[in-house]
Design a protein around this ligand. Structure first.
Ligand SMILES: Nc1ncnc2c1ncn2[C@@H]1O[C@H](COP(=O)(O)OP(=O)(O)OP(=O)(O)O)[C@@H](O)[C@H]1O
Ligand SMILES: O=P(O)(O)OC[C@H]1O[C@H](OP(=O)(O)OP(=O)(O)O)[C@H](O)[C@@H]1O
Ligand SMILES: [Mg+2]
Length: 291
């Protein structure tokens, strides 16, 4: 029988950004609105859409070979996994998810120590238990199925919840007291799968392409012709042009300069390059960068 890699992808908050990233990495996954076993253009993959909370457990127990899920849930589940890569993407931004201890804006609670004997609601009971233990605080932690923000201050004194953009915290007039954990998605493998040469090879190639797609995000290539006499000035004034490739042009006194920069830097750099005499400046998108 042909080799297959059983891989879990997160259903929920991370589903769309994960499928987008896989597409950028060169893997097209075909989902249907209710289907949880999507097909793909890579026959080696056997894909399961599973809740992020549960992926670590299924990999740990060996039912699945690998998967992408948040570090937060792998930590919450105390799953024993091979952490093959951090993949720095999120639901809405490029910032990590933070698990934060939150109270109403006008609450008297100023630090975790003010929570002694109080009630906390959270989806991450294990994360919260381990944090309180570390701080030497005893409080009553209750599991929340979600929409946790609504529970303060009437049902509980504080909540521990996920924040990314901060919109939910602002909308519910809440205040952050402390950050418990910072989390990005990771690529995890089971120990057994990692020991299998074919599976490890397949996973390593997949991880390489995912990282290359993330590395290329928000970066662009920049190419121009420059009078040789301006070269030093360009390199001095534009520190973002690090380690550029410089090639001699057929025409004497001119060089071609090629480099990779953050797209946001480009709008500052291009007019300056023009002022310094650069010609034929082109900016182009990048799909992958392998470091
Ligand atoms: N803004 C965000 N809100 C929630 N989770 C996020 C966000 N950004 C990234 N994540 C990550 O998504 C993963 C799943 O989040 P979560 O446990 O909240 O489940 P969900 O997919 O949002 O489903 P639910 O609707 O039940 O909350 C976690 O690893 C979390 O860190
Ligand atoms: O800082 P923000 O970008 O606003 O993100 C944080 C929100 O996202 C999560 O909710 P989710 O949509 O997962 O629903 P839930 O409350 O049911 O978990 C979390 O519980 C917050 O409500
Ligand atoms: Mg959620």
């Amino acid at each position: 029988m042909a080799n297959k890699l059983k891989i879990a992808l997160p259903k929920g908050s991370l589903q769309d950004p994960t499928l987008d990233l896989l597409e950028k990495a060169g893997y097209n996954i075909y989902t249907s609105s209710r289907g949880l076993r999507p097909s793909s253009d890579d026959d080696d993959l056997d894909i399961y859409m599973i809740r992020a909370q549960e992926i670590g457990g299924y990999i740990d127990s060996g039912f699945l070979d690998c998967g992408i899920t948040g570090l937060d849930w792998a930590y919450e589940n105390r799953a024993d996994l091979v952490d093959m890569a951090e993949l720095p993407y999120s639901r809405a931004t490029t910032r990590p998810t933070k698990w934060v201890l939150v109270v109403p804006e006008n609450s008297p609670i100023q630090s975790v120590h003010d929570l002694e004997g109080k009630r906390i609601a959270t989806e991450g009971v294990g994360i919260t238990e381990r944090y309180l233990e570390e701080k030497g605080v005893k409080a009553d932690i209750e599991f929340s199925w979600g929409a946790t923000e609504v529970k303060v201050p009437d049902l509980v004194d504080a909540i521990v919840d996920v924040t990314e953009t901060g919109n939910s915290i602002r909308a519910n007039k809440l205040r952050i007291v402390d950050t418990l954990l910072t989390s990005f998605p990771h690529f995890y493998s089971s120990k057994q799968a990692y020991e299998d040469d074919w599976k490890r090879g397949k996973m390593e190639r997949l991880v390489l392409m995912l990282k290359a797609a993330l590395e290329a995000r928000d970066k662009v290539g920049l190419k121009m012709n420059l009078p040789e006499k301006s070269l030093q000035q360009v390199l001095d004034t534009l520190p973002s042009l690090r380690r550029p490739t410089i090639a001699q042009l057929a025409e004497d006194g001119w060089v071609a300069v090629e480099t990779v920069i953050e797209e946001t830097v480009s709008r500052k750099i291009i007019p300056t390059l023009k002022e310094l005499g650069a010609e034929g400046i082109i900016e182009y998108p990048l799909n992958k960068i392998v470091k």
